[in-house]
Design a protein around this ligand. Structure first.
Ligand code: E4P
Length: 217
């Protein structure tokens, strides 16, 4: 399973990238706003840092304007994936931009039928939002499973990019049901390393190291 980092914070991406944990990056208008940076400038910096796909979202809502913005975004770097919303206009833009050979990430997906449309429109990635479904007492993980089944039934090559991930459990469940990619905030990715028994075991070892004055260097 590929790990994308869901942020526009350069330092956080660099830290995980140095560990080989970054297969790509996703951004959205809210993350760009949070960074306080110019979208084109920060996106270029991310693309210079990371070799995998970097999703940059259009801001227009009609197909022709989305296509024009997408064409401008792909000039930033070869690894740009143009992110378009799952609207009828977004699907039109997806069809045109993917037909031109560009990677397209169709975002704001909340149903399996929407995911089916995105695959038929040639999306490289479909982004179903787990956390926002869980927020309204629906089952985000069930959506990931449904899309996985439907894409496998028909051999669609669109990658299932599980988004709106809020916890380590979300990531483990995505791996279990076969999401191709997860995108998560840096803190959630780092939290995968945490386990109380690791902390407890290390504390015991450190006590013995001190008691026995064990040294290696
Ligand atoms: C990624 O592509 C999405 O924009 C992101 O995961 C949304 O996450 P949120 O629901 O926590 O804002």
């Amino acid at each position: 399973m590929k790990f994308f980092v869901d942020t526009a914070e350069i330092d956080a991406i660099a830290e995980l990238n140095d560990l080989g944990m970054v297969d790509g990056v996703t951004t959205n208008p809210s993350l760009i706003k949070k960074s306080g940076r110019d979208i084109l400038e920060v996106t270029k910096e991310i693309c210079d840092l990371v070799s995998g796909p970097v999703s940059a979202e259009v801001v227009a809502t009609d197909a022709d304007a989305m296509i024009a913005e997408g064409r401008k975004l792909v000039e930033i770097a070869e690894n740009i994936a143009v992110k378009v919303p799952l609207t009828w206009d977004g699907l039109k833009a997806c069809k045109v931009l993917s037909g031109e050979g560009h990677m397209v990430n169709v975002t704001l997906c909340f149903s399996a039928n929407q995911a089916l449309l995105a695959a038929k429109a040639g999306a490289t990635f479909i982004s179903p939002f787990i956390g926002r479904l869980d927020d309204i007492a629906l089952d985000g993980m069930e959506l990931i499973e449904d899309i996985r089944t439907i894409y496998d039934n028909y051999g669609f090559e669109t990658e299932v990019l599980a988004a709106s991930i809020r916890s380590a459990n979300h990531i483990q469940d995505c791996a279990r049901v076969g999401a191709d990619v997860i995108t998560a905030p840096p803190a959630v990715i780092k939290s995968l390393a945490n386990h109380p028994l690791t902390d407890k075991g290390l504390a015991a070892f450190l006590a013995d190291i001190e008691a026995a004055n064990i040294k290696i260097l």
